[in-house]
Design a protein around this ligand. Structure first.
Ligand SMILES: N[C@@H](CCC(=O)N[C@@H](CS)C(=O)NCC(=O)O)C(=O)O
Length: 178
């Protein structure tokens, strides 16, 4: 049976989501981020050298990277579900969105996350100043592209996959995910 090594508030939620969609049995091993650094605990390094989540173990294999995990699960257990036939325009679109999530979409989201956390760790007197500098940096890094991404999502994704109902499926500690 697949074991999902799940870190709270992480991309690992996507793997749980996929397994639920496929109706597959799986085990979850939970790991908690350090409250201050937000890093994963060292126990995850015993599963995979990078010590990041998601990572799954199955039949003697240890598989990391969200996209690779999704491909592995669909190839081995999907029986053709949730993946369009090879060499079709739909498959090309599927591949595009699979890689988009960790490629073009992730860079601005991570920049926003990292920069917006900096002020909280700054010394008290400088916090306000650093806060406004970081706000500007985030705006510059994000704003000019945000509209472009939103339009892509809106134009490409069917209305049924956009609604708030999907978010209810998330674990309570994962509802802050982008
Ligand atoms: N490209 C990797 C990224 C994995 C990653 O950075 N995971 C984050 C959680 S979303 C993590 O484990 N952070 C904790 C840490 O770096 O210590 C993937 O798609 O799986």
């Amino acid at each position: 049976m697949i074991t999902v090594h799940h870190l709270n508030n992480s991309r690992s939620q996507r793997v749980l989501w996929l397994l639920e969609e496929l109706g597959m049995p799986y085990e979850v091993k939970r790991y908690q981020r350090d409250a201050k650094t937000m890093l994963a605990p060292k126990e995850l390094r015993a599963v995979h050298p990078l010590g990041k989540s998601p990572v799954i173990t199955d039949n003697g294999h240890t598989i990391a990277e969200t996209g690779a995990i999704i491909e592995y699960i669909l190839e081995n257990y999907g029986v053709g579900r949730l993946i369009p036939h090879a060499s079709t325009p739909e498959r090309l679109r599927y591949t595009y969105w699979l890689h988009y999530a960790e490629g073009s979409a992730m860079t601005p989201l991570l920049l926003k996350l990292v920069f917006s956390r900096i002020p909280a760790n700054a010394p008290g007197l400088l916090r306000g100043l650093i806060g406004s500098v970081m706000k500007t940096v985030v705006e510059v890094a994000m704003v000019c592209r945000r509209g472009v991404h939103r339009r892509r999502h809106h134009d490409e994704l069917p209305a049924r996959s956009r609604g708030p109902s999907r978010r209810r499926a998330l674990a309570p500690d994962d509802r802050g995910l982008p």
